[in-house]
Write a protein that binds this ligand. Structure first.
Ligand SMILES: *Cc1c(COP(=O)(O)O)cnc(C)c1O
Length: 246
């Protein structure tokens, strides 16, 4: 994307590029949804794309989500949660998000289910898979994904809609593409198993640096922040802490 364009221009350009890439990958122009990742982006800046009619936003921290969602309550937009979810933030997250992309362990699924039982509600989720197998990334190991999906599928209040991943952070396409191919392969395998209650319709993969490759490999949701809103002040290590215990 050209840096001298403003948010509105970058957004419109990306929307048409995504449709074109979807068609090029043999799908309908609407087959790939754009999620705008609004972490660290102030509400006033988000209004620029909200005013263009964009409805899907992604947040990475429950704290930030709980400040922004009420401020934008009258805007009829949807937030998906895409960050590492700590157990003590589960309740608040369920109140504010319409989908959680980052379920990567049974303990979290159980916590979500228990909380949802109390309010007699359900939640759409994606299972996050660590396709790059980098230590610093969250997500279930690919070899354990089937087992996790089967176990989570038994929980009455959670509806599995697909898989999510972060590819390897690399400018080398040959390291990035296999991550997306692995997620797609897992999704196809899971689909073939026809696990009751499990839908494999969403593949949430691709960010500013690699959304084109992700779409070629079958993404149905791309999560784009920087390429639309500009560079963030906070380093990404803040969002993907090395210390998995926090
Ligand atoms: C920040 C973030 C993105 C978007 O990253 P950009 O490089 O700004 O497009 C996508 N997915 C997740 C999980 C993120 O935390």
């Amino acid at each position: 994307m050209e840096n001298n364009m403003n948010i509105e221009e970058r957004y419109m350009a990306m929307k048409s590029e995504i449709s074109a890439l979807a068609v090029k990958s043999g799908r309908s122009p609407e087959a790939v949804q754009l999620m705008l990742v609004s972490k660290t982006v102030p509400v006033e800046r988000m209004l620029k794309t909200i005013e263009l009619g964009h409805k899907l936003y992604g947040e990475n921290k429950v704290q930030e989500l709980s400040e922004k969602a009420p401020a934008l309550a009258d805007k009829n937009i949807d937030f998906h949660f895409i960050g590492h979810l700590q157990s003590n933030k589960v309740k608040r997250c369920l109140e504010l998000a319409s989908m959680i992309h980052s379920v990567d362990r049974m303990s979290l699924a159980l916590e979500l289910n228990q909380q949802l039982l109390k309010t007699h509600s359900t939640m759409d989720i994606l299972i996050q898979v660590n396709t790059s197998q980098e230590e610093s990334k969250f997500g279930v190991h690919p070899d354990e994904a089937l087992h996790l999906v089967e176990s989570v599928a038994k929980l009455s209040q959670l509806h599995i809609k697909g898989l999510m991943t972060l590819a390897k952070f690399s400018s080398n396409e040959d390291e990035v593409r296999p991550c997306f191919q692995l997620l797609k392969r897992l999704s196809d395998e899971l689909k073939a198993k026809n696990i009751p209650g499990v839908e494999m319709r969403e593949l949430s993969m691709g960010m500013s640096s690699d959304y084109r490759i992700a779409i070629e490999e079958g993404a149905t949701i791309v999560r784009v922040g920087t390429a639309i809103f500009g560079k963030r002040d906070t380093p990404d290590s803040y969002y993907w802490p090395e210390d998995k215990s926090i």
